[in-house]
Design a protein around this ligand. Structure first.
Ligand SMILES: [Zn+2]
Length: 190
């Protein structure tokens, strides 16, 4: 059995619209979705999360948890509410965002699809610790998936509309799946 890392304290810093997101029973959550922010830093990810995109509900897109490169973990939305972070799977899932530049700032440029930033050890350790903590808190949590596994849509590239590129590629080829799957009691949903 791999050693379980010491959980980092999770800093609770709710988005302004958290209370307007639909509430759900914790037992409804059976899936953890791993994302990367595809933005330069946590402050920019926070600003994106705060943006109101759905005027009727006054809410926007965000994950529940954000883990910075140094392993600092922040909770933007409580898991007892449905956040908008993945098409088709929001009601049953908790979204975890890792700060990583991904394809930023040319997300859909066909010449810029490599995701070259590594996930530092401290960040992956914090993710494993968070997943252990969530497995205790969420009685039905059983599955884990990457955003790229669940949203496989393609879009015309921003530099050449005759080329299709993936809408979502996160967390991408540098994410250490094997290490995470060996360390947490979850199955990859594929
Ligand atoms: Zn994502």
């Amino acid at each position: 059995m791999p050693t379980e890392p010491v959980p980092h304290a999770v800093q609770v810093c709710p988005l302004a619209y958290e209370s307007r997101l639909q509430a759900r029973p914790l037992a409804q959550v059976d899936l953890a979705v791993i994302h990367c922010t595809e933005l330069p830093d946590l402050a920019t990810a926070r600003a994106y999360g705060e943006r109101v995109l759905y005027p009727r509900s006054g809410t926007g897109n965000s994950g529940h948890y954000y883990i910075d490169r140094d392993g600092a973990c922040h909770r933007y939305v409580e898991p007892g509410r449905i956040a908008h972070h993945v098409r088709g799977y929001n009601p049953r899932s908790v979204g975890i965002e890792l700060v990583n530049a991904g394809r930023w700032p040319h997300w859909l440029d066909s010449r810029h699809q490599a995701m070259e930033e590594d996930y530092p050890q401290a960040q992956v350790d914090a993710l494993v610790a968070l997943l252990h903590a969530l497995a205790l808190q969420l009685p039905s949590l059983r599955y884990i998936a990457g955003h790229e596994d669940l949203d496989t849509g393609m879009e015309p590239a921003s530099d050449d509309a005759s080329i299709l590129v993936p809408r979502k590629r996160d967390p991408g080829p540098r994410f250490p799946w094997q290490r995470v799957l060996e360390a947490v009691p979850l199955q990859r949903l594929a």
